[in-house]
Design a protein around this ligand. Structure first.
Ligand code: SF4
Length: 383
């Protein structure tokens, strides 16, 4: 017997396109959808931001005092997701300065993950035996107010010049124990396609390199950057993993759906690394909604990071209990695919340490006393 296949796929329709604010209403689509136009029109001043949202005093004062230390830069696309009337909108909190940034606490660290300490050549952090972080630029389309690398991101004078790039590639080439390269920044997609392809082709020609990861927030802040030709270029160098950084369901739009589709259709595996941020996503319902949307877009929720101890981001930090509570409210209540690992990236460079609610109640010899997500008790006995 034949089957009549139903061809309707309405998943994309469940994502709304980003609304276009008044100031860009007459912008031709060919410009709005062009990532270079989006980069060129980034909002860098309060005068322009005022045309998009009702800026409040705290934002205005914080901008005046912070922008020389850490620039403001917001793509028109990302700004279009802002609530114009709510300064606590999760998109605004992530991209517009707030006075909390000006508080530097005694425990804050300039380089919380000790990335500069484990740097054998400028631009390469080699801490773990078989993998390295490779910094290729310090520019990003949007400067996230919670960025852990504020010490150098947004400062063009600290960007990777060609000599630094060549020295980094030479280091990776000469260290045969390196298997996995995380191409990072800033945002590596701030490089041109040609420069990125040069880096990927050099790495792929090294017999000891197995996989690359590209750490990028362009999917969230500038999805127009993921062009067909860029995705096709990546497909020549598989396996390529793309690690991105969605923090709130508002960031999941039809534009991001299409951008992920271009990468996934070109064979890339896309993982999400959410950062737990007070006022943005410190709520299990928000995280669950985000993770469900990510799965519909073919992005795997991979990590929830406890907010790092970087300088000037303490106003984003939540108690650790909040992260555990979120995991407790996900595990069992939704599919395991929607439950990321909750980790603290240990200050000083200790690496990622996973944290879980306590599901093991006690151990008696070969008997393990466990509880499940409904708090029901079970005993698993070893032979
Ligand atoms: S995209 Fe990443 S590196 Fe750039 S500002 Fe945001 S968090 Fe920092």
């Amino acid at each position: 017997m034949g089957y009549n296949i139903v061809t309707k796929n309405n998943v994309r329709d469940r994502f709304a396109p980003a609304p276009r604010p008044e100031i860009w209403k007459d912008t031709p689509d060919k410009d709005w959808n062009n990532w270079i136009w989006q980069q060129q029109k980034r909002i860098k001043s309060m005068d322009v931001l005022e045309k998009v949202v009702k800026v409040d005093d705290d934002e205005r004062n914080a901008f005046a005092k912070s922008h020389e230390m850490f620039n403001m830069g917001i793509t028109p696309y990302y700004a279009s997701l802002m609530d114009p009337n709510d300064p606590n909108c999760p998109i605004r909190l992530q991209s517009v300065p707030k006075s909390g940034e000006l508080n530097i606490l005694p425990m804050d660290l300039e380089d919380p993950l000790g990335e500069e300490r484990d740097m054998p050549v400028p631009g390469v952090t080699h801490r773990y035996p078989d993998r390295v972080l490779f910094y290729t630029t310090h520019n990003c389309p949007v400067y996230c107010r919670h960025c852990t690398r504020k010490r150098k991101v947004s400062d063009p004078s600290s960007s990777a010049a060609n000599k630094q790039l060549e020295d980094g590639l030479a280091y990776i080439e000469s260290h045969k124990e390196i298997r996995d390269v995380v191409i990072s920044g800033g945002d590596p997609l701030s490089n041109s396609d040609d420069r990125l392809e040069y880096i990927l082709s050099r790495l792929r020609a090294m017999d000891h390199i197995q996989v690359f990861r590209i750490g990028t927030r362009n999917l969230v802040t500038l999805p127009q950057r993921i062009t067909d030709s860029f995705a096709q270029m990546l497909s020549k160098y598989h396996p390529v993993f793309v690690h991105t950084h969605f923090n709130h369901p508002k960031e999941c739009t039809q534009e991001t759906f299409d951008a992920v589709a271009r990468l996934a259709n070109a064979g890339c595996v896309v993982n999400n690394q959410m950062v737990l941020l007070k006022g943005v996503n410190d709520d299990a319902k928000i995280v669950k909604e985000l993770n469900h949307k990510l799965l519909m877009m073919r992005v795997r929720p991979y990590y929830i990071f406890q907010c790092d101890m970087s300088q000037g981001i303490s106003h984003f930090r939540t108690p650790v209990e909040k992260g555990l509570e979120i995991i407790e409210n996900l595990r069992g209540w939704t599919s395991g695919m929607a439950v990321p690992h909750y980790v603290i990236d240990a200050p000083g460079g200790g690496g990622k340490i996973p944290l879980l609610p306590q599901y093991l109640e006690k151990r008696e010899g070969k008997k393990w006393h466990l509880r499940n997500f409904r708090n029901q008790k079970f005993v698993y006995e070893e032979p």
